[in-house]
Design a protein around this ligand. Structure first.
Ligand SMILES: *Cc1c(COP(=O)(O)O)cnc(C)c1O
Length: 420
C-alpha cells in the first residue's frame, strides 16, 4: 500500500512519522492512512480507498469537507493575500458572530490553535486574580502547554505530577487536578485551596477522554463555588463550541463562565483558537493591561474568512435541530443493535458527538473511561477501517456526525457494524 510507503518515508522526518501523536495509530495498531483528499462526508487515502469520516479532523468539519461556501471564502481571500500582520475588518466580523453565539464573551483574542487559547486564558486568569494555582479535571485536555499537561494521581485532589517529560515539577505543582463530575472533590479542594486558585478550567462536556456528560448539578456547582471563592471559571469549548449548539455547552446548560476557549469549528478547518470572556478580565491583556499575549499569524485572513463562512452556515434556521435529529436517529439504531447483540459497550452521546466505549460500565469520569478495553477498541477500529469507515484512532476521543452525512450513510455504517 502507498500509505505504508509514505509512512516509512515520513518516519525519517517526524517523530513517529507524524505531526501530532494520535495520528500515528499507536492506540489501534497498523499504520496510518495517508489522506489524499476529502469532500463532504468522505476521505480518500493515497491508495484511492474511500472512507465515511467520523473523525472530521477531530471536530472542525461540521459542514463536511471542502464545503463550497467555505472553499470559496478561502480562495477569494487567498487572491487578496494570506497574511498582513495588521488588523482587518474580517476579524471584527468573526468576533461579532462569536459574540452572538456566546454572550459571555465580551472581549476576545484570536490565536492560531486551541493550545495557545487555553494557555493564554490561564495566563490572563492568573494576572487578573494575582493567584498562582489552577484547577483542572483529570482526563480533560486543554492543549499541550506546560501547566495544562497534568492529570491527577489516584483518588481525591492531588497536586499535579507532569504528564510529559520536560514539564518542570515546580510548575506542575501549581496545577491541582480533581476527578470530573465529583462534587465532593470539588468542594474539598475549594475549602482547602480556594483562595489560591486563579481559575477552574474544564471541558463542560469532556470529549478528550471520550465523550462524558456532566451529572445534573455539576456545572452549576462549579459556577457557584468559583464565584464564592473569587476563582474564574473557564469553559474549554474548543470541541463543544458550535458543536452542541450554536452557543456551545454554555448555551445548552445555561451556564455563564468567566472565560471561554474556542477552536476547531470556529476556524472552518483552518488553524485558529479564540479565548475571551469578561471585559474586566480581558482588559488586563496587552496593550491595555500588563498580561502579555501575541501572535504573528493571529486573526489570520484565511482562517477568519473560513470561520465567517462556516458560522454563517451554522446560523441558518434549524441547522442544529436537523443535525441533532439525524444523530439521534443514528444513536437509537446503535442502541438497538448493541442491545440485541448484547454487546458489552457503552455509547455516550450528546448532540452530534459520541464515543463507543468497550466497557459495560457507565462512563462518567476518567477513572471509569479507563475501564474500557483498548484491545477491543483496536479490533473494532481496524475492522471499520477495512470496511471504509474512519473512526477516531483512539477510544478516548469523540466521533462526529456532520451536516454532509445522510441518514443513508449512517444506515450503511450501521450495517457494517452489524456485520463486523
Ligand atoms: C483540540 C483541543 C484543544 C487544543 O487545540 P489545538 O488546536 O489542537 O491546539 C484544547 N482543548 C480542547 C477541549 C480540545 O479538544
Amino acid at each position: 500500500m502507498k500509505s505504508d510507503k509514505l509512512f516509512q518515508q515520513s518516519r525519517k522526518h517526524f517523530p513517529g512519522g507524524v505531526n501530532s501523536p494520535v495520528r500515528a495509530f499507536r492506540a489501534v495498531g497498523g499504520s496510518p492512512r495517508f489522506i489524499a483528499k476529502a469532500k463532504g462526508q468522505y476521505l480518500w487515502d493515497t491508495d484511492g480507498k474511500k472512507y465515511l469520516d467520523f473523525c472530521q479532523s477531530w471536530g472542525p468539519m461540521i459542514l463536511g469537507h471542502a464545503h463550497p461556501k467555505v472553499t470559496k471564502a478561502i480562495t477569494d481571500q487567498a487572491q487578496k493575500g494570506t497574511s498582513y500582520g495588521a488588523p482587518t475588518e474580517n476579524e471584527s466580523r468573526l468576533a461579532a458572530l462569536i459574540k452572538e453565539a456566546f454572550p459571555s464573551i465580551q472581549k476576545m483574542r484570536f490565536t492560531s490553535s486551541g493550545t495557545e487559547a487555553a494557555m493564554s486564558a490561564i495566563r490572563v486568569a492568573r494576572g487578573f486574580t494575582k493567584r498562582k494555582k489552577i484547577l483542572k479535571c483529570d482526563g480533560c485536555y486543554h492543549g499541550h502547554s506546560d501547566s495544562l499537561l497534568v492529570k491527577a494521581g489516584s483518588g481525591g485532589a492531588t497536586f499535579g505530577v507532569p504528564d510529559s517529560a520536560g514539564v518542570p515539577e515546580d510548575l506542575a505543582k501549581l496545577t491541582i487536578t480533581i476527578p470530573y463530575n465529583n462534587i465532593e472533590a470539588l468542594e474539598r479542594v475549594f475549602k482547602k485551596e480556594g483562595k489560591n486558585i486563579a481559575v477552574f478550567a474544564l471541558e463542560p462536556i469532556p470529549a478528550n477522554m471520550g465523550v462524558v456528560l456532566p451529572n445534573p448539578g455539576y456545572l452549576e456547582r462549579a459556577r457557584a463555588i468559583t464565584k464564592q471563592y473569587g476563582t474564574l471559571l473557564m469553559f474549554d469549548e474548543v470541541i463543544t463550541g458550535f458543536r452542541i449548539a450554536f452557543g456551545g455547552a454554555q448555551e445548552h446548560f445555561g451556564i455563564k463562565p468567566d472565560l471561554t476557549c474556542l477552536g476547531k469549528i470556529v476556524g472552518g478547518g483552518l488553524p485558529i483558537g479564540v479565548f475571551g470572556g469578561r471585559n474586566d478580565v480581558m482588559s488586563k491583556i496587552s496593550p491595555e493591561g500588563p498580561v502579555y499575549q501575541a501572535g504573528t499569524l493571529s486573526g489570520n485572513p484565511l482562517a477568519t474568512a473560513a470561520g465567517i463562512a462556516t458560522l454563517t452556515e451554522l446560523k441558518q434556521k434549524d441547522f442544529y435541530k436537523k443535525l441533532n435529529t439525524k444523530a439521534l436517529e443514528f444513536f437509537a439504531m446503535l442502541d438497538d443493535l448493541f442491545e440485541q447483540g448484547n454487546y458489552p459497550v457503552t455509547l455516550n452521546r450528546i448532540g452530534s458527538m459520541f464515543t463507543i466505549f468497550c466497557t459495560p460500565n457507565r462512563v462518567t469520569d476518567y477513572q471509569s473511561a479507563k475501564t474500557a478495553s483498548p484491545e477491543c477498541y483496536a479490533q473494532f477500529f481496524r475492522s471499520l477501517l477495512t470496511k471504509g469507515i474512519y473512526f477516531a484512532p483512539s477510544q478516548f476521543e469523540a466521533n462526529f456526525i456532520s451536516q454532509a452525512m445522510t441518514l443513508n450513510d449512517l444506515k450503511t455504517a450501521l450495517s457494517v457494524f452489524r456485520n463486523l
